[in-house]
Design a binder for this molecule. Sequence first.
Ligand code: S3P
Length: 181
Amino acid sequence: MANRPNSYVLEKPVYLIGFMGAGKSSIGRYLSRKYGFVLVDADSYLEEQEGVKISQIFAEQGEERFRDLETHYLAELSKTPQIISTGGGVVKRAENRAFMKEHGFVIYLSVTAEAAAARIRDTSTRPLFKDLETAKATIAERAPWYEDAASAIVDTVGLSVKQISAEVFRLLTEHQLISHV
Ligand code: S3P
């Protein structure tokens, strides 16, 4: 097969964390396509398992219910050494931050509100991305939590998906988290 990716396996789960629009899903997809890593998007997995959209959970059952489900599926997904692109608010719970650090390697993709807004085309699917001012305040509030959870930080502003992915791959290599199969 001409486009068969190189196949690499991870030593332990690698969590991509960061605010909406930091590129968690895109970077996960790029790395998976290029290197053959197993990838799971935590939000999509939760929606598949629950049979309901996240925006609907927020609207009908509230954020706390969503956070309970998020914590539940985080543990389930952590049983496999794979790339896990997380939801932007996973760091809100100290329990999740401690869990990720204990079970894997956590990469914080940092972004500004302006850069995030430019990347998110349809904000209607993101119940917590209301406007630029709110996004700025949320990023400022969460920055200490992202930093607390992070094993490594990549500043994504001004970088392409390809460039960010290359930096993530370099970090995985440096920390001896990958082997070639
Ligand atoms: C959230 C981010 C979303 C999703 C939910 C809550 C947040 O994920 O988990 O809407 O609190 O920042 P993305 O970061 O993938 O958009």
